[in-house]
Design a protein around this ligand. Structure first.
Ligand code: ADP
Ligand code: MG
Length: 714
């Protein structure tokens, strides 16, 4: 039987009465299957000796002790027994709240195994939360040498579960123990046994037993791995099935392993490239070759074959030239007479792309339109009409592009910029628009390989690694707040040469208005520099002779656009901003990026911000100015940025610095939610599971569609 088939109520287990069953129900444990898949959150390892003298380092004591004597505190019904004990290393006291019966069990001279938490209180080493197990037939007196105490022979490793008030570990342990006794011998898996065997994992029965009651702590980990492997195997099985459905086979592109396709340009693609003052980089050519191939290989609707749309994730660092590749893809669609939709995460970004498209594509006869939530009334009606009639070739905008009432005549390609800002749900909404359009998703945020294999596992991935020629690395300096004057005077020299740049702050205004979507509700110490305050200072005191402007999310969209336009035309020299300028802003004449209170930004954000400069031929500079409360971790973060400009390296370091558990953030962001496995932390296991699941598929293996994966039905 599969675990999920064990539908018997927990009350059917021996020793679990209605009251206990009710309590378990409060944890969501109704049936035996819920109980057995209620994984421990940790273990109470009583198998290793930890004598009393260690209590300051590790208060969880496991030892052998004997009773020296008894004493009492309080009077009457409040009377409480104190048992004075000693192990090889130290004396201590057990305070027996509500457990005066121990007076008899642990008479003076008794020897016993002890496990409990000890603290220094009222001048003695005390525990009021302890368990004992008496060694019968033995007495010990203070006159005997301590070496004569029996050796510690190890206790059990007990599971520790997440609890709610009123439900104890004991009842849960008892219930699980009973369930294992009754059902562990009959548990099966949809994953054939030999895959577990080949990977040197437990079989499923062993795993379910040992995750709850491991004999050794290593067994607990191996049990968890076994269960995680099983979960990932199932996940990858269904993913593989989806790939087959879409593509007809289990072929899967791995970046770098794809054969290079010749780049055959369509007429408009050729015209655009001839009009540019530069050549495509090798990586851009490779990717474009791939995309052209996908678009051409997709059968036309009249061919009667099921369309096989491209689903491609294009990764490349900021400024690596992804947008240009996307425009070229749109041109191929244009040459075929189809429509392209270009989706940007914010209106500001959509405008920028719109301007670029107007510059690059309109001269080739592409009819461009712009649609966001603020396009309303007659404008909107006319636009939708034109779109439906096929009088628009290239529609650019925000998620409004995929509203219900937006109807395309022949949508052939959807381009999604900064795709990580959109959820998986939105992706499928887009895929359903029109007649299965090709999807080109772009991201400057490197996605760890393991996530690419799971969440994005049915996408083909292309990577642009090399930067366009002539790009000089941004020179990055770290400076403390006390040295801000030096930074300002350096910037003054650049401004005097007609160059421009940004000053970025974490806050719009002191103590309020966070621009970033920070999740933790930290209360900040006063005195952080803010955009508004520094705009006043920079524009009137520090750079009064240069035009300055302030931009942040609280400024109306149309004003933001106006400011960006002026900045692009070099009518504004200093742009004081929050992280609104983090993505997409492309002003090649901008040569400096000063980020003050840099310690308040995450690595990814800092990298994106720095990517706003160094986009032209001029040497660019980035100053990371940090405030007083720089933590050790903050220092490491800034150092990573100082060392490298490689977005992939930075993303990896970021994961490392945030430490284990950071993967949870990604899970919670809605990317993925599984049960016991963690696609990021279990990345090696994932690759094995994937290989095996695909092998299973290729041998005609099947898993019922109703199979449980993690906490969901797939
Ligand atoms: P991304 O979308 O990857 O951030 P963009 O496509 O916006 O990058 O390109 C950044 C800048 O580099 C743009 O100004 C673009 O015109 C320019 N660019 C793109 N490809 C090349 C190339 N092969 N050589 C020189 N400049 C390029
Ligand atoms: Mg971009």
């Amino acid at each position: 039987m599969l675990i999920e088939e064990l539908e018997q109520p927990v009350s059917s287990l021996p020793g679990i009465g209605p009251a206990a069953a009710g309590n378990l129900g409060r944890l969501g444990i109704i049936a035996v299957r819920d109980l057995l898949s209620y994984w421990p959150r940790g273990y109470d390892d009583r198998s290793r000796e930890n004598p009393i003298e260690n209590f300051t380092r590790n208060p969880k004591i496991n030892t052998v002790a004997y009773v020296i004597g008894h004493s009492w505190i309080g009077y009457g019904r409040m009377k409480t027994l104190k048992i004075h004990i000693r192990d090889k290393t130290s004396e201590a006291v057990l305070v027996c709240f509500n457990r005066n019966f121990l007076e008899k069990t642990l008479a003076p001279g008794s020897v016993f195994y002890l496990t409990g938490k000890f603290f220094y209180k009222y001048g003695e080493i005390q525990s009021s939360s302890f368990e004992v197990s008496k060694i019968t037939g033995l007495t010990f007196t203070p006159l005997m040498p301590l070496e004569k105490l029996p050796p510690f022979s190890g206790g059990k490793i007990l599971p520790v579960y997440s609890l709610k008030e009123g439900v104890g570990q004991k009842i849960l342990r008892k219930a699980v123990e009973e369930a294992l006794k009754a059902y562990a011998p009959v548990i099966d898996s949809v994953v054939p046994f030999r895959y577990f065997e080949d990977r040197r994992l437990f079989d499923i029965r062993e795993a379910v037993k040992k995750i709850h009651f491991p004999g050794h702590i290593d067994e607990a980990e191996k049990a968890r791995e076994t269960l995680a492997y099983e979960e990932l195997f199932k996940f990858e099985f269904f993913l593989g099935k989806r790939i087959i459905k879409k593509k007809g086979s289990l072929t899967f592109e791995v970046p770098g392993e794809v054969q290079n396709l010749p780049l055959i340009l369509s007429p408009s693609q050729k015209k655009l490239l001839e009009s540019l003052p530069f050549e495509l980089t090798e990586d851009q050519k490779t990717v474009l070759g791939r995309i052209n191939y996908d678009i051409d290989a997709s059968p036309l609707p009249e061919s009667g074959k099921a369309p096989v749309p491209m689903w491609r994730l294009l990764q490349g660092d900021v400024g690596s030239g992804k947008t240009l590749v996307a425009f070229l893809a749109a041109l191929r669609i244009f040459d075929m007479g189809g429509q392209t939709a270009f989706l940007a995460p914010t209106e500001l970004l959509a405008r920028q792309h719109g301007e670029n498209a107007a510059k690059l594509l309109e001269p080739l006869g592409v009819r461009i339109a712009f649609l966001t939530g603020t396009t309303t009334g007659k404008d909107r009606t006319l636009l939708l009409e034109a779109l439906k009639n096929g009088n628009i070739d290239f529609l650019i905008g925000t998620h409004a592009l995929f509203s219900k009432d937006v109807v395309y005549k022949d949508l052939k390609l959807a381009i999604i910029d900064e795709q990580h800002r959109f959820g998986v749900m939105q992706r499928s909404a887009i895929a359903r628009k029109g007649n299965s359009p090709h999807l080109l998703m772009m991201s400057a945020t490197p996605i760890p390989r393991s996530l690419a294999l799971t969440v994005f596992g049915d996408l083909d991935v292309s990577v642009i690694k090399t930067m366009p020629k002539g790009r000089r690395p941004v020179i990055t300096h770290l400076a403390s707040l006390e040295n801000d004057v030096k930074v300002y005077s350096f910037v003054r020299n650049l401004l005097a040469k007609g160059q421009q740049g940004y000053f970025v702050y974490p806050l719009i205004q002191r103590e309020e208005d966070w621009e970033e979507e920070e999740s933790e509700t930290e209360s900040f110490s006063t005195g952080l520099k803010s955009a508004r305050e520094m705009y006043e200072k920079l524009s009137t005191v520090i750079f009064p002779e240069f035009p300055c402007a302030l931009i942040h999310s609280k400024i109306p969209e149309d004003e933001q656009q106006e400011i960006m336009r002026k900045f692009k035309e070099n009518k504004i020299s200093v742009l004081v901003a929050t992280s609104v300028v983090e993505v997409g802003v492309d002003v090649p004449n901008a040569t400096f990026m000063v980020i003050e209170e840099a310690q308040r930004f995450g690595l990814a954000a800092l990298h994106q911000l720095r990517g706003r400069v160094g986009r032209g031929e001029l040497q660019a500079y980035c100053f990371l100015v940090y405030g007083k409360n720089l933590t050790e971790e903050g220092k490491q973060r800034l150092k990573v940025l100082h060392e490298s400009q490689d977005g992939f390296y930075i993303a990896e370091e970021d994961l490392k610095l945030r430490g284990p558990g950071s993967a949870r953030g990604i899970k919670q962001s809605g990317y993925i939610s599984l049960g016991i496995s963690d696609p990021l932390e279990d990345s090696e296991l994932l690759e094995k599971a994937r290989e095996d699941a695909f092998d299973f598929i290729s041998r005609g293996g099947e898993i019922p569609e109703t199979t449980h994966i993690g906490d969901k039905f797939y």
